[in-house]
Design a protein around this ligand. Structure first.
Ligand code: FDA
Length: 305
């Protein structure tokens, strides 16, 4: 089921057709509050009373024209001005291919620099998402270049990739900000763990690798997962090694395990909710369904009322 859904996420015909159907659009509301920036900003207000932060991402990937990248960057600058005007505890998270990485690496880097400068003026971090494995090296390369001029840049790494421990090792001297996720794409077994138990073990091992650096303030570690058992295991390992978990934060997606997000925030974790919005939601939404096939039943119930 996971593989079929991930195939559907990439299928061009379905990508063109399904989002046009209003009842399919209705089903997406569970994971995204709306398609507009204002809908996302309004939804974020609900997290403020709980002391939770927010990450925003405008959906879209793999542009075909560089002028679209400029429009995306302008959109994010506008969003950051609105975040500042509302006095929100919020940052943005961007996909390199949405800023034109496929078309012109230097142009994408310039957009990242502009956004990171704006984020720094707001005392914030510019987060970079990680896409499919074809983009791992180009994205890490962009991150290294950006980090030279902008210390406030963060990157996402995927625990399911066998290469990730080595990537962490190579990034450590940069004092990086890393969001560790399990990984959302359909990757071959030669380069990625495919069984949940293996991915979970890799995730935990990566945290153990990074915790000493986080405890010394040389790394900012974001646990980008809804797997609260795993978060507890990481916390136990931290305590066992004499570290506090203050150096880590938990990042989850809007609409997923909301009760657990509130609980962790109440227990003293720094919790950030990532709110995705925008019109180009189809592949992103299909990846959310693939993560938990039970979501398909939920979506069908929404679709058929
Ligand atoms: P896992 O899939 O094991 O789920 C643990 C539990 O969480 C499940 O038992 C279920 O209860 C709940 N859950 C998880 N997913 C759910 C869903 N879709 N619907 C309902 N319940 C669900 N990936 C990537 O490749 N590049 C990226 O840049 C990012 N960025 C990112 C940011 C943030 C803040 C998060 C939380 C996640 C990402 N991801 C990502 C996605 C990530 O790789 C992964 O696919 C999902 O987080 C699902 O895996 P979990 O870690 O939640 O564990």
């Amino acid at each position: 089921m996971r593989r079929i859904l991930l195939w559907m996420a990439r299928n061009r015909f379905l990508k063109r057709t399904l989002p046009r159907l209003w009842f399919v659009r209705r089903a997406t509301r569970r994971f995204m509050p709306g398609e507009t920036m204002e809908a996302a900003l309004d939804a974020a207000e609900a997290f403020r009373p709980h002391g939770m932060g927010v990450l925003f991402t405008r959906l879209g990937e793999n542009l075909t024209d560089l002028s679209e990248a400029q429009a995306v960057a302008d959109h994010y600058h506008d969003l950051m001005r609105k975040i500042a005007a509302r006095g929100m505890d919020a940052e943005i998270s961007v996909k390199p291919t949405q800023l034109g990485l496929d078309l012109d690496r230097e142009a994408a880097l310039e957009h990242l620099r502009g956004l990171a400068t704006h984020a720094a003026e707001m005392n914030g971090t510019l987060r970079i998402d990680m896409e499919g494995s074809a983009y791992t090296d180009p994205t890490l390369d962009l991150y290294r270049s950006l980090k030279q001029t902008h210390p406030n840049a963060g990157i996402c790494l995927q625990a399911y990739l066998r290469r990730t421990p080595a990537d962490v090792e190579s990034l450590l001297p940069l004092h990086p900000s890393i969001r560790l996720v399990k990984g959302a794409y359909d990757e071959p077994k030669e380069i990625a763990y495919r069984r949940k138990s293996e991915v979970d073990a890799a995730y935990h091992a990566l945290c153990v690798q990074m915790l000493p650096y986080a405890a010394r303030g040389e790394l900012r570690l974001g646990l980008g997962t809804h797997d609260t058992q795993l978060i507890e295991r990481v916390a136990e390992s931290a305590r066992g090694a004499g570290f506090t978990t203050d150096a880590t934060e938990v990042e989850m997606l809007y609409g997923i395990r909301h009760g657990e997000q509130l609980r962790l925030a109440k227990e003293g974790y720094r919790v950030l909710t990532l709110i995705a919005y925008g019109e180009a939601w189809y592949p992103w939404y299909m990846r959310r369904l693939a993560e938990r096939p039970a979501n398909v039943l939920f979506a069908l119930r929404q679709i058929f009322g």
